[in-house]
Every structure is written in C-alpha cells, then in structure tokens.
Design a protein around this ligand. Structure first.
Ligand code: TYD
Length: 208
C-alpha cells in the first residue's frame, strides 16, 4: 500500500531526526520507504534549491521565491514521488506544499489561496495522505538550531523571530483547514516520544 507522508514544521522542530527512528522501525517491519526532501530531491530540484537558499540572493522577490519552490516541487514529483507511489512505496517528504502555504502564503503575506492555486497547477492536486505538523514554539526551535553547529544556516533561518512565529501560525491555520490529512505532533517533547507518536499514527493508518 503506497502512502504519501509529508513532514512539516518550523525551523528546529526536529522533524528530520524524529523520522529517522520511524523509518528504521517501518523498514524492520518490511515496508519499502523512500526518504526525500524539499526543496530538492532530484538534480534539477537541487539546482533550484541552491538559487532559492543562496544567502547572497538578497534581491529575490517573494513571488519569484514562491514560483521557484513550486517548480522544484513539480520536478521532484515527476522524477521521484509519483514513480515511488506507483510502485507501492511509502514516501516521506521532508517539507512539501504546506511549507509554501505557510512560509510564502502566510508568513510572507502572499496569501494562502494564491499560493495554493500556483501549487495546484504544479502538483496537479497531489496532496499527501498524511501531513505531520511538528509543532514547536519558534523560540525553542531556533535555540535548538543554534546548538547544532554542524547545520548549515540558510537564507530563511536568518529571518527575524516574528517571521518564524508567523510560519507557526500559518501551519496551525492549515491544520484546521485540512483536518483530514493533518496530524499535529507536540515537537517540544523528547525525540523518542515524538518518534513513537508518529509511528503509532502511521501504523494506525496502515491498519496495524
Ligand atoms: P532546509 O535547510 O531544508 O530547512 P529545514 O531543515 O528546516 O527543512 O531549508 C528549507 C527552507 O526553505 C526552510 O527554511 C523552509 C523553506 N521553504 C519555504 O519557504 N517554502 C517551501 O515551499 C519549502 C519547501 C521550504
């Protein structure tokens, strides 16, 4: 049974670390998993990612940014996500459509509905089966990032705290707008607890 699962949340929500443990557990049960991320996931999408996240691109217009994310997303779907779902795999995508709705639509003020329209075109209305929102107070999230010195700091990380607060607010709006696919996880809890909550929800969906 194929399943398209997306991981969303503000910076430092720990979604990438939490999902590593979930992946191991699912693989041990014999599921075939694909892990991928946005923006990126294929050579063309990674090239677009470099343009978007380059700290020297200070002249980047917000709509240009939104269109680049959508372009990267489309290429990623065509080359990687659609084929994997066709083969019956479980696809985990670290950020997808809802990052654009929350960051560009809500936090940058372009409007959730307009960004949704652009993305409906880009994705041909491919929505995730489950979207995990790793919800955390951005102050705590940014504190975690600053502790993790190995992590590269990108153009969006250096935004002000108020921007990250809007990102969180955007996600919470989306969780109410799309309640059928959204599962909100308290990401301030310890990593093992967060992972086990995510795993429980997936097993539930798989009927196990
Ligand atoms: P990345 O280093 O992958 O961040 P993270 O580890 O937090 O996922 O950088 C991706 C950045 O791009 C992140 O700040 C969120 C942002 N983003 C958007 O603004 N819109 C989008 O559509 C996507 C996919 C990401």
């Amino acid at each position: 049974m194929s399943l398209f699962i997306t991981l969303e949340g503000p910076e430092g929500s720990g979604k990438t670390s939490a999902i590593k443990l979930v992946r191991e557990a699912l693989e041990q049960m014999g599921h075939e998993i694909i892990m991928t991320r946005e923006p990126g996931g294929t050579p063309i999408s990674e090239q677009i990612r470099n343009v978007i996240l380059d700290k020297s691109n200070t002249a980047m217009d917000s709509r240009t940014e939104a269109l680049l994310y959508a372009a990267s997303r489309r290429q990623h779907l065509v080359e990687k996500i659609w084929p994997a779902l066709k083969e019956g795999k479980i696809v985990f995508c670290d950020r997808y459509l809802d990052s654009s709705l929350s960051y560009q639509g809500h936090a940058r003020g372009l409007g959730i509905d307009d960004i949704l329209k652009v993305n409906e075109y880009a994705t041909e209305r491919t929505y995730p089966d489950i979207t995990f929102l790793f919800d955390i107070d951005p102050e705590l999230g940014l504190e975690r990032i600053n502790k993790n010195k190995d992590r590269e700091v990108n153009r969006l990380d250096v935004e002000k705290l108020s921007f990250h607060q809007k990102v969180r607010e955007g996600y919470l709006i989306l969780s109410k707008r799309f309640p059928d696919r959204y599962i909100v996880i308290d990401a301030s809890k310890p990593l093992e607890e967060v992972s086990s909550n995510v795993l429980k929800e997936i097993l539930n969906r798989l009927g196990k």
